[in-house]
Structure formats: C-alpha cells, structure tokens
Design a protein. Sequence first.
Length: 152
Amino acid sequence: MSLLLAACSSGEPESTAQAKGTVNIDIHAWVGYEAQAAVLAYLLEHELGYKVNKRAVKEDQSWRDFESGKVDVIVESWGHNDWKKEYIEEKKVALSAGLTGNKGVIGWYVPEWMAKKYPDITDYRNLNKYAPSSGPKKPEMPDKCWTGIRHS
C-alpha cells in the first residue's frame, strides 16, 4: 500500500539515467499476474524513478532466487504456504507486503450452453467422455471448451 501512496505523490520522477535503483520483478504465467506486474513496473519507472527488470520464470524458481537477489518482487503468490514459511519465516530473505485484494475462486468452468447441451459435463467424473481421442472427433464431443478463473 505504501508503494501506491508514494506513487501518487506530486514530485517529479527522476529520469531512467538517474534511476534510484533497480527493482527485479519476476513474471509468472497467468494474465492477472502479468497485468498487476505491468502496472507495478510502470509506477516504479514512471512515477518513482526506478529502473525495472522483468523476468519470466516459474514460481518455485522465484522463491529460491530471493536468496541470491535475482528477484526483488513476486506480485502474487497463491497458496504456497510452504514457500512462505521457508523463505519469509525461516530464512528471512523475503517479506510479505500484504494482500493484493484479489479474491479468486480457481476451478473448472463450462459455458452455460455447454452445460445445457451436455448436462453430465459438469461432473468431473464424466470429463473423459468429452476428451479428444487419437482418432476422429466423436460426434458427441463439443466444438469448444474453456477453463477460467472467476474473480469475485
């Protein structure tokens, strides 16, 4: 929260050439994370005068890299209490900056039209019935399917 408050100050940012320092942000492979990281990087660079390096890497590697200093910021961490315990509480190489405010429900979702056309598809035990086979497409298999994350 203090970062966002500082970003709203009226002071002029320093140019990139006179940057205050460098912040290394790891990017994890989901769209909401990437969006938050982009906003954070923009504020750090354009409002606060920091140089920002972004690196696409898997979550577990990010946590390990706190020790070496390869990463300064992980924007979101969903449910990795074992890593939080190891790197924040035990090794003390990372800090929690608090919750982001996101409340996500992670699961499998199907469009309403698909649930109406294939009523048993909403039961996970029936999904193999609709899975692609190595042969030609089965007539009962839907043309399109998607998964998603619903944010409440």
